[in-house]
Ligand binder design. Structure first.
Ligand code: SF4
Length: 217
């Protein structure tokens, strides 16, 4: 690794550690992961006692490629993202995710002061993050960190996450064509549910893995 690369990693590390510290003060179980493999190992260990595991449709979690290992170890996998599913089958899996043992999700934005900010179209992922599943693990890559307010985090989502997600998912929104948010009223608008989790929810065991790597959008 060159000196420049080392310094870039170190700089990101300081931001990640600041977020971990803030999350800890807010009651979350927050863990710094130097690399995605550390997040993978954490999830496999945490899943040992779980029978059912829900996947919230996160690119960050998908990028860890942990699903196959969990499936092979006999877990019931609740993943609504499989292409062959009908709409009704997808909705049924989403409902069952709300009461699974362990829910795995990404996060659209995480402030250095310890707030998780998410914007959903359906709301199933955001809902499962704060009540229902016995445990939740949120994987947040360093690219999700925001030095600023919750409003800055919302802007991060609308500027950098939703437009490419709309394009990826073939939603016919203005941002899917321009790359910019126009606060649309499109029938296919993705931004319908905005949540801020600013303290650990009372009855949810919520872990946040802050990874020193770019993950997801
Ligand atoms: S409000 Fe509309 S244009 Fe803006 S990011 Fe959401 S879906 Fe895209």
């Amino acid at each position: 690794m060159s000196l420049t690369e080392e310094l870039v990693v170190w700089t990101h590390e300081q931001k990640c550690l600041k977020a971990v510290e803030s999350l800890g003060i807010h009651g979350f179980t927050a863990v710094y992961c130097p690399a995605p493999q550390d997040a993978f190992d954490y999830i496999v260990k945490a899943a040992a006692e779980a029978h059912s595991i829900g996947f919230g449709g996160s690119l960050s979690v998908a990028g860890l490629e942990v699903e196959a290992q969990l499936r092979e170890s006999g877990k019931e996998i609740l993943n609504h993202s499989r292409k062959e599913l009908s709409t009704e089958e997808r909705l049924e899996i989403m409902r069952r995710q709300l009461t699974c043992d362990l829910f795995l999700s990404g996060c659209n934005a995480l402030t250095l002061s310890g707030e998780l900010v998410n914007i959903d179209a359906t709301g199933n992922r955001a809902a499962a993050m704060f009540f229902g599943p016995r445990s939740v693990i949120v994987v947040a890559g360093r690219n999700k960190l925001v030095e600023g307010t919750v409003q800055d985090a919302v802007q991060r989502v609308k500027n950098y996450a939703t437009p490419p997600n709309a394009k990826r998912l073939n939603f016919n929104t203005p941002c899917a064509h321009t790359g910019f948010c126009s606060n649309c009223n499109s029938p296919q608008r993705l931004c319908r549910v905005t949540t801020v989790i600013d303290r650990k929810p009372r009855f949810t065991d919520l872990h946040v893995l802050v990874v020193n790597a770019d993950m997801g959008l």
